[in-house]
Design a protein around this ligand. Structure first.
Ligand code: ZN
Length: 546
């Protein structure tokens, strides 16, 4: 082998403390630009921000020195710092590219991302970000010869390093206490932009919550659920289809008066449209369990919701046959123990590729289900809908109507017009799937009384305020992420059985609604009696003659 040029063989000696110090300073300065930008914006109207910025740099460096210093020995320092460097680089990339705030619920989302979703998030920009902020420091780290020291000297040096970091942390905190306190009080969420500490903190929070939840079985709810008088009076089988949409936002919903007609097929159906509907969360992980829970956003408690049964268990307890059909990331525990299936290429080769199925696959077999229907049935269809960032992959070619579209997985490569065009085409496809569903239900209306409720799980940012995708902490989430489309339709027989007054329901649909209504409205529509039922949250309340 020819000898390498001396420059490439460069190695240097360092103690593990020096490496930890260097890493802490590097992360504070190089991987926290979104944090400093958010802090500067938040503090723009008061005081001298440069002092606060210096204080924050010291705090961030000291914080990471403390974190890494506690777990780095001569042997572990390289893998620990390399892993944290990769984590910091990814956190920085998502914060810069999409405005992602890595709080526990976003981390939970990320952990539950499947392979196909991950593939769509890969981009050259990501490769560049990660190479620069992780590859480069790791290359430098690997060239270090970590000095071996007697144990007592290593311990003293580490104690000094940690003591210095702690003193710096506290000193900077006291020095800038007033502006810092104001910043954290008014803009709590920006602490989740501190990388890589945000990922460690959120991961810890998720693991603790899961460990607590795993320790106990899911709490049964609605043990008193029983069929009401309309069950015995029903002349035909009844079917309620709940369609859970994905990432469709109210602002781009044609029926809501969006400048573009993105719902041309539904516009021809007599559906009730609820233009002012608020989601429970800004991510699937939060919204999905919440919308099927009795408590909703008004008494939101993640642990209670995660550890309790859902609306579907209550309906099943009353005697309904419940089935969940999924074309996305699963039912998040909402259908645990109940009948469920996931669309896949083996059963639907014409509608699926290696990664994904078109949402029309959710309707496959519905005719047979209607033909054999008996009793009361509840079918939940979980759509792939407008799942980003690759909106152009969510609809067949026939729905490429608003052009030009963004045909990249990396939204950063596209203009805002192209992104919105692709997003709107995906809504057009949802419109088609829902209208096809209604056509099928209507075709069987003589033999099955059916109703359909569609609601999206959360909205989406398409570049407004520099944000993309969704998952912004609820308290500060923009309307684009919290306002969702919702529609309700029922067959003539279903309306007659439930004694629904259409004029009254039309009036109700113009008033505000929320995910909080889903649980109680479903009980009302199907006439299930339980003490969990809260009449004020039933959208049909006052519109059903008893
Ligand atoms: Zn979602």
């Amino acid at each position: 082998m020819p000898p390498s040029p001396p420059g490439l063989r460069l190695r240097y000696a360092a103690t593990s403390d020096q490496l930890v110090l260097a890493a802490g300073v590097f992360w504070a300065l190089a991987c926290n630009r979104p944090f400093f930008a958010a802090a500067a914006q938040a503090g723009a109207n008061g005081g001298s921000t440069w002092r606060l910025t210096i204080g924050l740099v010291l705090i961030l460096a000291a914080l990471h020195i403390l974190l890494a210093g506690l777990v780095s020995t001569r042997r572990t320092v390289k893998p620990v710092l390399a892993l944290l460097a990769v984590v910091a680089a990814f956190a920085l990339h998502f914060a810069q590219a999409y405005g992602t705030v890595l709080d526990p619920s976003m981390l939970r989302n990320a952990l539950h991302t499947d392979v196909a979703e991950t593939r769509e998030l890969l981009s050259w920009r990501m490769a560049g970000d990660v190479l620069l902020h992780a590859g480069l420091p790791i290359a430098l780290l690997l060239r270090a010869d970590v000095r071996r020291r007697p144990l007592h000297r290593a311990l003293i040096a580490r104690a000094l390093t940690l003591g210095l970091a702690l003193a710096t942390f506290l000193g900077a905190l006291l020095w800038q206490f007033q502006p810092l306190a104001a910043l954290m009080r008014n803009h709590k969420e920006i602490r989740y932009l501190i990388a890589p500490a945000n990922v460690l903190w959120s991961l810890g929070a998720v693991l603790v919550a899961d460990a607590r939840g795993a320790a106990k079985p899911r709490q049964a709810i609605g043990l008193d659920a029983a069929p009401g008088p309309r069950w015995a009076a029903a002349l035909k089988p009844r079917l309620l289809v709940i369609v859970v949409g994905e990432t469709a936002r109210a602002a781009n919903w044609g029926l809501n008066g969006y400048a573009r007609q993105t719902t041309p097929e539904l516009a021809r159906w007599p559906v009730l449209n609820f233009p002012d509907t608020t989601a429970c969360g800004t991510s699937t992980e939060v919204s999905l369990p919440c919308m099927f829970a009795p408590v909703g956003r008004r008494n939101y408690d993640e642990a209670t919701i995660r550890n309790s049964e859902s609306l579907l268990h209550v309906l099943a307890r009353a005697g309904a046959a419940v089935h969940w059909r999924d074309n996305q990331s699963g039912c998040k525990g909402v259908c645990e123990g109940l009948s469920s299936e996931v669309l896949d290429a083996a059963t639907l080769p014409d509608l699926c590729d290696r990664d994904r199925c078109w949402d029309e696959g959710l309707l496959r077999g519905l005719e047979a289900r209607l033909a054999e229907a008996k009793g009361t049935q509840v079918l939940v269809l979980h759509m792939l809908g407008n799942h980003g960032p690759s909106y152009f992959r969510r609809y067949p070619a026939a729905f490429e109507r608003f052009v030009p579209t963004c045909r990249q997985d990396d939204l950063g490569q596209c203009s805002s017009t192209e992104i919105v065009n692709a997003y709107d085409n995906a809504i057009l496809y949802t419109d088609h799937v829902l209208a096809t569903l209604l056509t099928t239900l209507q075709a069987h209306a003589a033999s099955v009384d059916s109703a359909m409720l569609y609601v999206s799980d959360h909205g989406e940012s398409l570049g407004e305020k520099g944000l993309f995708l969704h998952g912004v902490p609820y308290a500060i989430a923009p309307r684009e992420q919290t306002q969702v489309p919702m529609i309700l339709w029922w067959s003539e027989g279903f309306g007659a059985g439930a004694k629904l007054d259409i004029a009254c329901m039309q009036k109700r649909s113009t008033e505000p609604a929320a995910h909080d209504h889903l649980f109680h409205t479903a009980l009302g529509l199907l006439d299930v009696k339980t003490a969990l039922y809260e009449a004020p949250l039933d959208l049909t309340r006052g519109c059903r003659s008893q």
